[in-house]
Design a protein. Structure first.
Length: 237
């Protein structure tokens, strides 16, 4: 697809509003999605207050209200947890820097897993779950935002190759999970194999694909891509 330098990846500060541009495609849709989150929290709040005022004194209603309050609080806690999980990426201030920070964080989890004991299956399983969680959020940000933009900017083949790497990585993590679950041997060798696949993939991203993409974006597009990616991360964090 031809490179359209007027395209934007978010609606926040878009100066383009023509149909078919990312200003109206990614941008408006995403902005609406964010407003929907806020609206949902508001709706839970008003529903709870309305019932409370209308049927005070009824024990069943009181129990429902308590339940609704708990549910609302649960959503707030969930939003807080999501925000906390996305915070280091957001704080990096740039999509590429954010992804590099996540690569470094994943390396630490790989290192910790490599130090884990063959005897402590439970702890190893928990650590593996943390790595799967971190990589899955990271990969969704790349697959649903960054690789799509990469393809739009004329690097579809590269994006496809990186997508295929993600599938292999998922498969490797799944095999590790099965080794832990079935308490089989061979964890260290498999982990080393998965780690090497991860490092090779990250090298391609950090040294080739992403610098090329970054160089092709305007400052405004970089900002929009950064926002778009962070929102995707927040959704799945
Ligand atoms: Fe990736
Ligand atoms: Fe990555």
């Amino acid at each position: 697809m031809a490179h359209d330098s007027t395209r934007n990846y978010d609606n926040g500060t878009s100066s383009k509003s023509g149909s078919g541009s990312y200003g109206s495609g990614y941008g408006n849709g995403y902005g609406s999605s964010q407003r929907d989150y806020q609206g949902s929290y508001g709706d839970y709040g008003s529903g709870h207050n309305g019932k409370g005022g209308h049927q005070a004194g009824n024990s069943t209603t009181s129990a429902l209200i308590a339940g609704a309050a708990g549910f609302g609080l649960g959503l707030l806690v969930l939003a807080g947890r999501k925000a906390a999980f996305q915070a280091p990426t957001y704080a990096a201030g740039d999509w590429f820097e954010g992804l590099k920070a996540e690569h470094r964080a994943a390396r630490k989890l790989f290192d910790a897993l490599a130090q884990s004991s063959d005897e402590d299956h439970k702890k190893r399983g928990t650590m593996l779950m943390e790595l799967q969680y971190a990589i899955s959020k990271h990969n969704i940000q790349e697959e649903y935002v960054v690789y799509c933009v990469l393809a739009e900017m004329g690097q579809a083949d590269v994006a496809e190759g990186l997508n295929a790497d993600h599938f292999e990585l998922k498969q490797g993590l799944f095999e590790l999970e099965m080794i832990v679950k079935e308490q089989r041997g061979g964890f260290a060798d498999k982990l080393a194999e998965v780690r090497e696949a991860f490092e090779s993939h990250v090298r391609e991203e950090e040294e080739e694909a992403f610098p090329t993409l970054q160089a092709s974006l305007s400052d405004e597009q970089k900002k929009m891509l950064t926002n778009r990616m962070n929102r995707e991360g927040f959704k799945v964090a």
